[in-house]
Design a protein around this ligand. Structure first.
Ligand SMILES: Nc1nc2c(ncn2[C@@H]2O[C@H](COP(=O)(O)OP(=O)(O)O)[C@@H](O)[C@H]2O)c(=O)[nH]1
Ligand SMILES: [Mg+2]
Length: 215
């Protein structure tokens, strides 16, 4: 989702939260959008999202952040949840190994359902519980590097790196979108952009890659 509307904001970006139940997704969302944190875990029925508008590189970005409502417990997140998402926070709990072990499955699900160009941030949440730590920061970092993800440890409780995580993802998305717009502009003007494949051989080995964006 990257539509341009003139009045209130320049861009609207959909971001999804994924990861096991209990890792802190709903609190990350409430911390970022309302600056609230709750010790209780409440799960409502159906998909919810919250928005926050912020400045990125001088542009007004409206972030629409989607949270699951407990369906992740049954691994029953529908493809509608991922549709149109241009960013995702893949969250695990640094005190719970199983939530780290399940990351591969979440990544698989993201890669299956989301746009190929989606910006992914791995977030090792509950960094305030360092005394109960089960996953080292190095393990998080290595996994992120191996899978090509951004990485931060966060704490929704202490409000640590929450702002930074979303800001980093939104900045990355904005750069991708503005670069795409530039390429489209150059194409419209007939200027070959950087990285454009120009077929000179006339053979059948043309670019067979399909369009990036699901709808
Ligand atoms: N210590 C600590 N607890 C957290 C943090 N984030 C969430 N929690 C707690 O973890 C539990 C599950 O959080 P919740 O946001 O409902 O997780 P979700 O199931 O992924 O949406 C709740 O009891 C929260 O209070 C955090 O950063 N630090
Ligand atoms: Mg939740």
């Amino acid at each position: 989702m990257a539509s341009r509307i003139d009045s209130e904001y320049d861009y609207l970006f959909k971001i999804v939260l994924v990861g096991d139940s209990g890792v802190g997704k709903s609190n990350i969302l409430s911390r970022f959008t309302r600056n609230e944190f709750s010790l209780e875990s409440k799960s409502t029925i159906g998909v919810e999202f919250a928005t926050r508008t912020l400045e990125v590189d001088g542009k007004t970005i409206k972030a629409q952040i989607w949270d699951t409502a407990g369906q992740e417990r049954y691994r029953a997140i529908t493809s509608a949840y991922y549709r149109g998402a241009v960013g995702a926070l893949l969250v695990y709990d640094i005190t719970k190994n199983s939530t780290f072990d399940n990351l591969q499955r979440w990544l698989h699900e993201l890669r299956e359902h989301a746009d190929a160009n989606i910006v992914l941030m791995l977030a090792g949440n509950k960094s305030d519980l360092n005394h109960y730590r089960a996953v080292s920061e190095q393990d998080g970092q290595s996994f992120a590097e191996k899978e090509g993800l951004l990485f931060l440890e966060t704490s929704a409780l202490e409000s640590y790196n929450i702002e930074n995580a979303f800001h980093t993802v939104l900045t990355d998305i904005y750069h991708i979108v503005s670069k795409k717009a530039l390429v489209a502009e150059e194409a419209a003007l007939g200027v070959p952009g950087k990285g454009t494949a120009i077929n000179v051989g006339g053979g059948a080995s043309g670019n067979t890659k399909k369009g990036c964006c699901s709808s």
